[in-house]
Write a protein that binds this ligand. Structure first.
Ligand code: THU
Length: 129
């Protein structure tokens, strides 16, 4: 697997944010994930009148990953529609960890980091009996 094209991933995330449904927070979020087979999967946030049931962009990307052939995430970039870098929330870090493992790379304010740094000492599939 070659080096991820981070600029392409970041642009794809900004573009994906155009599909967001965020009437409550007004924060339009998009995410792009490079898969180990070379395809790019996208997600956007989909909010809910209950507030608490809103879906982050990473959640809908997880569905797209599975719906379009599965595979493992190798690099992920999350952006607002305005192009600001956004860090995945705690729940979404766990979702990314499940589908990408400790080596999946994440675009962060501190640079590109592996999931093992973004979610240290993670609980994961290997911890189940
Ligand atoms: N949000 C995401 O979709 N992903 C992130 O990484 C950060 C936050 C969404 C959730 C909610 O719809 C809105 O941003 C405001 O928190």
């Amino acid at each position: 697997m070659s080096t991820p094209d981070w600029e392409a991933l970041r642009s794809a995330a900004v573009e994906a944010a155009r599909n967001a449904y965020a009437p409550y927070s007004k924060l339009h979020v998009g995410v792009a994930g490079l898969v180990d087979d070379g395809r790019v999967v996208l997600g956007c946030n989909v909010e809910n009148a209950s507030y608490g049931l809103g879906l982050c962009a990473e959640c809908t990307m997880a569905g797209q990953l599975r719906l379009t052939g599965g595979g493992r995430l190798v690099a992920v970039a999350c952006r607002s529609g305005a192009g600001e870098l956004l860090m995945p929330c705690g729940r979404c870090r766990q979702i990314l960890y499940e589908l990408g493992g400790p080596e999946c790379l994440v675009d962060t304010p501190s640079g590109v980091l592996p999931m093992s740094a973004v979610l240290p000492d993670a609980f994961g599939p290997a911890d189940l009996p």
